[in-house]
Design a protein around this ligand. Structure first.
Ligand code: ATP
Ligand code: MG
Length: 216
């Protein structure tokens, strides 16, 4: 069992937010909370990647660190949960389709699944494995993200696969120009990261000396 939800919790609509979360930051949290409210979701489940297929070239922090930071950041929101499903998957590479299939089986057909992505991630959707099946079993939320345009979504995805657009909703998020890359670089350069992520995550980063020597 990779996810423990309290018994009796409603599970009509569940949001799934995948990410590297290296580290998780306020942009992720604001996005998840805004989508939860707008779509009346019962829960948002954060799913840290095991070894992301699109980032395999880059050095990604140990999944256990990323998982624990995600738990710390979400601990005070009863509607947020964290799943180890991708981290515990043994095959190495993890694909979103496998994760959505997992949750689809886990919750059953009565639960509607929403996959939450930022504007940059949604534009990659047509490069993902089995993206058509993905869109048939869950609804996609494309969250606005400063620095990335959703202008081309209709042209890029709509033209090659117009039916896909019906399964995508665009959601306006209060702008947060924060990225994990920015946080890693700031820590590495000795700059403060206060107010970019939660205090607990900040303390976890310093305690475990994460991102201190990026080039190493
Ligand atoms: P990195 O800089 O390492 O790529 P990131 O900040 O983009 O990190 P990810 O873990 O890659 O974070 O992103 C997980 C998901 O959260 C993606 O769908 C991404 O688009 C979305 N996301 C990340 N930051 C924001 C933000 N500031 N506003 C809205 N969505 C965001
Ligand atoms: Mg990213």
């Amino acid at each position: 069992m990779t996810l423990q939800l309290p018994k009796g919790d409603k599970k009509n609509a569940i949001g799934i937010m995948g990410g590297t979360f290296d580290p998780i930051h306020l942009g992720h949290l604001v996005t998840a909370e805004e989508v939860r409210i707008q779509f009346n979701l019962d829960k948002v489940i954060f799913v840290p990647t095991g070894r992301p297929p699109h980032k395999e070239e880059e050095k990604v922090t140990d999944p256990e660190h990323r998982y624990l930071m995600t738990v710390l950041a979400t601990i005070n929101n009863p509607s947020f949960a964290v799943s180890r499903v991708e981290i515990d998957r043994e095959e190495g590479k993890s694909y979103t389709i496998d994760t959505i299939r997992f949750f689809s089986n886990y919750f059953g057909s009565k639960t509607k699944l929403y996959f939450i992505t930022g504007a940059d991630a949604i534009m990659e959707i047509i490069t993902w494995k089995d993206y058509k099946e993905l869109l048939s079993i869950c609804h996609f939320i494309a969250a606005t993200r400063p620095g990335y345009s959703l202008h081309k979504l209709k042209e890029t995805i709509g033209e090659s696969c117009p039916e896909i657009m019906q399964n995508i909703s665009i959601v306006q998020i209060p702008g947060m120009q924060i990225s994990s890359t920015m946080i890693r670089q700031r820590v590495s350069a000795g700059k403060p990261i206060k107010y970019l992520t939660t205090d607990a995550v900040t303390q976890y980063i310093y305690k475990n000396k994460l991102y201190h020597n990026l080039s190493g």
